[in-house]
Design a protein around this ligand. Structure first.
Ligand code: PLP
Length: 343
């Protein structure tokens, strides 16, 4: 869909599949469980970034961009998909990666090198006291690169880690419309969508979409993978206000619509939890669907826990948004989480 006439490039394959997880539903008892396969967006091994990039790169094209600069961590799904999309569009890509080049790049980082971006810069993690400081240095590096590219006659376009919030909101409001249509074809209406929350623009878009296209009947449950829920919720309010301005909305999303749970983070971002491992293994073994250890594994852990807690009845329909990220399963840093399965 074209939200309010905002330019969008076609990069992925939509609608993504909607599948019922019947075995998992039977195992858990209670509501019907579905998965919306945004891990199958049809480019670069898929993931939620493609819906955002369709708007970000349309803006880049409108500005006549010839090169895209972006930043992220070594296992960033964002870097993998941004580079894939730029390759498809014939744009140069410059990656600024927070961290060091390991001896043997694995997971997303290996794929980043396979895409062959024009430049990769590592901003070493040693000596920086905090992630915030590292982020600042990465952003400064991106500014410096933009200036150099301009002097070389290029037109650079900067995409922040995870894309600008407004592009995420556009992409995922559109996803709700798609999802509601798919359920309508099955003569069903979903009760709740669970999604992992990082920079939160996917979540913001879903909440906006539920407001616009279901009159807040669809509940969107965010499972934070990093920050405390009050911090995330405040950010979502800011992102919703920004989107309301851009879309010139007449009605306001109520604060009660924002439900972000932080009890599934565990010890921190990217650190495996027992519940995440259980969710990944259950979904793989019951359904042949692979989740990832950083985002969707924790989101599914939240969904399973809320179903077990009796939050939903047999009449409910609960959806996991599979936002992608499975290449992280093959990252050296995550292998230990599943090493026990090798007997
Ligand atoms: C696989 C995956 N799932 C979920 C998210 C979270 O999306 P957002 O940053 O929009 O909250 C990300 C991005 O960081 C991701 O890579």
């Amino acid at each position: 869909m074209q939200l309010g006439g905002i330019p969008r490039l076609r990069l992925g394959e939509f609608p993504t599949p909607l599948q019922e997880l019947k075995n998992l539903g039977r195992e858990l008892g209670g509501p019907r469980i579905f998965v919306k396969r945004d891990d199958q967006t049809g480019l670069g091994l898929g993931g939620n970034k493609l819906r955002k990039l369709e708007y970000a790169l349309a803006e880049a094209a409108a500005q006549g961009a010839t090169a895209v600069i972006t930043v992220g961590g070594p296992q960033s799904n964002h870097l993998r998909l941004t580079t894939a999309a730029c390759n498809k569009l014939g744009l140069k890509t410059v990656l600024v990666i927070r961290g060091k080049l390991p001896e043997k790049p694995s997971g997303n980082l290996l794929i980043d090198h396979i895409w062959g971006p024009s430049e990769i810069h590592y901003v070493g993690a040693d000596g920086f006291p905090s992630k915030g400081e590292l982020d600042r240095v990465a952003d400064e590096k991106a500014d410096e690169i933009a200036e150099r590219l301009r002097s070389e006659g290029e037109v650079p376009y900067f995409i922040p880690n995870g894309c600008r919030a407004i592009h995420g909101a556009m992409g995922y409001a559109g996803c709700v419309l798609e999802l509601v249509g798919q359920f309508r074809d099955r003569q069903l209406s979903p009760t709740a969508v669970f999604t992992a929350v990082g920079t939160s623009s996917t979540y913001t878009g879903l909440v906006l979409g539920a407001h616009l296209f279901t009159q807040d009947q669809l509940s969107i449950v965010g499972i934070s993978v990093a920050n405390a829920s009050d911090i995330v919720s405040e950010r979502v309010v800011r992102q919703l206000n920004q989107a309301a301005e851009v879309f010139k909305l007449k009605t306001k999303v109520s604060r009660e619509a924002i439900v972000v749970l932080d009890q599934y983070v565990g010890d921190g971002y990217g650190i495996p939890t027992t519940a995440m491992k259980e969710a990944v293994l259950m979904t793989a073994r019951a359904e042949g669907v692979l989740l990832d250890p950083v985002y969707t594994g924790k989101a599914m852990a939240g969904l399973i826990d809320r179903v077990r807690a009796g939050d939903y009845t047999n009449d409910d329909v609960v959806v996991l948004l599979h936002t992608g990220g499975t290449p992280a399963l093959f990252a050296d840093s995550q292998i230990d989480a599943f090493i026990d399965e090798i007997q």
